[in-house]
Write a protein that binds this ligand. Structure first.
Ligand code: NDP
Ligand code: KPL
Length: 328
């Protein structure tokens, strides 16, 4: 199989580099200055053991690459870029048909909406719960501080089940050094991760202080209430920490990552953040099932405004948002 990594940023490049170093065939798909540097200089990939430059082939899109029937598309864009990536890749020609008809897509993304979007265009979708600390702040450079493994990638067929392709992908990810448990209930793990990612916006907007922590706790309580009202199951904290501590993935002191993936979007000034698919997912569920979600709605609105305005991460004040919520 060849892995075509669509969105070779923090997560995508970490997966691509690890598969490449394990001898798997990989193409990194990127855009803008990041693509230029990948093509001209290669990927600079830093892990606790070393920093190396990897000459992995890079492409800008389907016009730039002859797709093969053994390709697996790994979608690793932020969720707000999923629709654009699908519009470009689903109609691409391969093996006498389209990519949508022939190829598997692996969603290595946070949130729970990407798989639904992909299933509209592709017949075979694999969902991944991504526990992987990685940083991408400069074109061509990705830092992956996970130790001893780069991360835990729990995978399964979407919406549920396991098949031979999922097993094969799991084996390749394990060869790349990941802890890659295959589960038939992968979305239960992804909904639990979604609850954890409700803190991304607060981290990006305010950094970490007691007021931000209080907002994150309240966002999570709303999230749990919304999932319960919707009848959506998620794995317990105990199940998750038992799984992660069994595998011992941590980071090396002095080599920790910067902020969350949302924090990194603000730091890079990309103009958009993933919040509509994280806090916004809870707001959507709350509105559908009659559960109030004021904290998630406020974080969603403020993070979108901050991204559009090019605000620096950590430039807001959590205390102000708490006061505004109290006055509502
Ligand atoms: N970073 C982390 O440690 C973690 C991230 N995640 C999740 O993983 C997913 C990816 O996040 P992350 O790796 O941080 O994101 P990044 O922003 O680092 O990487 C995504 C990359 O995709 C590029 N891109 C977007 N659309 C396209 C396209 N159509 N064609 C080619 N390239 C494209 C972006 O370009 P541009 O910069 O120009 O927008 C960017 O380089 C998200 O769902 C995130 O929540 C999960 C766990 C941890
Ligand atoms: C949990 C966290 C914050 C770190 O892996 C993450 O998923 C992200 O950065 O989006």
């Amino acid at each position: 199989m060849r892995y075509v990594i669509i969105g070779a940023g923090a997560v995508g490049a970490t997966i691509g580099a690890s598969l490449h170093e394990a001898g798997r065939d990989v193409v990194l798909v990127a855009r803008g200055e990041h693509l230029r540097v990948l093509r001209e200089d290669g990927l600079t990939f830093a892990t606790p053991s070393s920093t190396r430059v990897l000459p992995i082939p890079a492409a800008g899109g389907p016009d730039d690459l002859v797709l093969r029937p053994d390709d697996v598309l790994v979608l690793a864009t932020k969720s707000q870029d999923t629709a654009g990536a699908l519009a470009a890749w689903a109609p691409a020609t391969v093996d006498g048909g389209t990519a949508g008809e022939r190829l598997t897509v692996v969603c290595a993304q946070n949130g729970v909406d990407n798989e639904r979007q992909v299933l509209r265009r592709f017949g075979h979708v694999v969902a991944v719960t991504v526990w992987l600390p990685a940083t991408h702040l400069r074109p061509g450079v990705v830092v992956a501080p996970g130790d001893p493994a780069p991360g835990v990638l729990t995978l399964g067929r979407y919406p549920s089940g396991v098949d031979a392709t999922v097993e094969l992908i799991g084996t390749d990810l394990a060869a790349g050094g990941f802890v890659a448990p295959v589960r038939d209930d992968v979305m239960r793990w992804k909904y639990a991760k979604l609850l954890g990612n409700l803190g991304n916006a607060a981290d990006a907007l305010f950094g970490r202080d007691d007021d931000a922590a209080s907002l994150v706790r309240r966002a999570r309580q709303e999230g749990e209430a919304a999932l319960e009202a919707a009848g959506i199951p998620w794995t317990s904290d105990e199940e998750q920490s038992a799984m992660r501590s069994a595998f011992g993935v941590g980071t090396v002191p002095g080599f920790e990552r910067g902020g969350s993936s949302t924090w990194q979007s603000l730091a890079r000034g990309t103009g958009s953040v993933e919040v509509d698919y994280l806090n916004g997912e809870i707001v959507l569920l709350g509105r559908t099932h009659g559960v109030p979600t004021p904290v998630n709605a406020a974080l969603q609105a403020r993070a979108a405004v901050a991204a559009a305005a090019g605000a620096a991460p950590g430039s807001g004040r959590a205390a102000e948002l708490l006061a505004a919520l109290a006055a509502q």
